[in-house]
Design a binder for this molecule. Structure first.
Ligand SMILES: Nc1ncnc2c1ncn2[C@@H]1O[C@H](COP(=O)(O)OP(=O)(O)O)[C@@H](O)[C@H]1O
Ligand SMILES: O=C(O)C1=C[C@@H](OP(=O)(O)O)[C@@H](O)[C@H](O)C1
Ligand SMILES: [Mg+2]
Length: 174
């Protein structure tokens, strides 16, 4: 039995994409807190936020984190998971936490190509490039202090997976 692996980081850093590939590489299950929420509520993130507001979405997100936590599982979290200290503590106590780090211009570029508006309603009302700059300024310290390992997310998904595996095996060996 191995501890769950949590992927954290801002929108567009690749948590969902890399998480699926990492789970296959390890032979683990895969889960995603946003997918879990969509499945259990039958609503998109945008619909939940529009009808209940962000505070309610954040409360549901905390419940999802607990619900999807299981051994031998890779868990892609939503970008705002670290906003609640209780979530940060929970992830550090229950598994290995990996931060997929990329600069705001790279994130904005990915999100402009693949906005997935139902999954990512605006956080600030500002244009995406400015929004991602604001978000990283606000959250970078939370990602940094919550993560056991930081990985450069500006590489191909396969390379990111390799780097994560390397970080985890080095951690096990030491
Ligand atoms: N390492 C990567 N290199 C290039 N594009 C990526 C990478 N990881 C993810 N993407 C692309 O960026 C977008 C957001 O990826 P996603 O996995 O949904 O990110 P997150 O779950 O962190 O918001 C998708 O279009 C995806 O194909
Ligand atoms: O950064 C955020 O606050 C959010 C990121 C989204 O997930 P991804 O990071 O998977 O896009 C989703 O949870 C929601 O729109 C809020
Ligand atoms: Mg995602």
């Amino acid at each position: 039995m191995s501890l769950p692996i949590y992927l954290i980081g801002a929108r567009g850093c690749g948590k969902t994409t890399v998480g699926q590939a990492l789970s296959q590489a390890l032979g683990y299950a895969f889960n995603d807190t946003d997918h879990y929420l969509q499945l259990t509520t039958q609503r998109s993130v945008a619909e939940i936020v529009a009808s209940e507001g962000w505070d309610s979405f954040r409360a549901r997100e905390t419940e999802s984190l607990r619900a999807v936590t299981a051994p031998n599982t890779v868990i892609a979290t939503g970008g705002g998971m670290v906003l609640a200290e209780v979530n940060c503590r929970f992830m550090r106590e229950h598994g290995q936490v990996i931060w997929l780090n990329a600069p705001s211009d790279v994130l904005a570029d990915r999100l402009e190509h693949q906005p997935e508006a139902a999954q990512r309603p605006t956080l600030t009302g500002r244009p995406i490039a400015e929004e991602m700059g604001d978000i990283l300024r606000e959250r970078a310290h939370l990602y940094r202090q919550t993560a056991h390992h930081e990985v450069n997310a500006m590489q191909s998904p396969d390379r990111v997976v390799e780097q994560i595996l390397q970080s985890l095996s080095l951690a096990r060996a030491s």
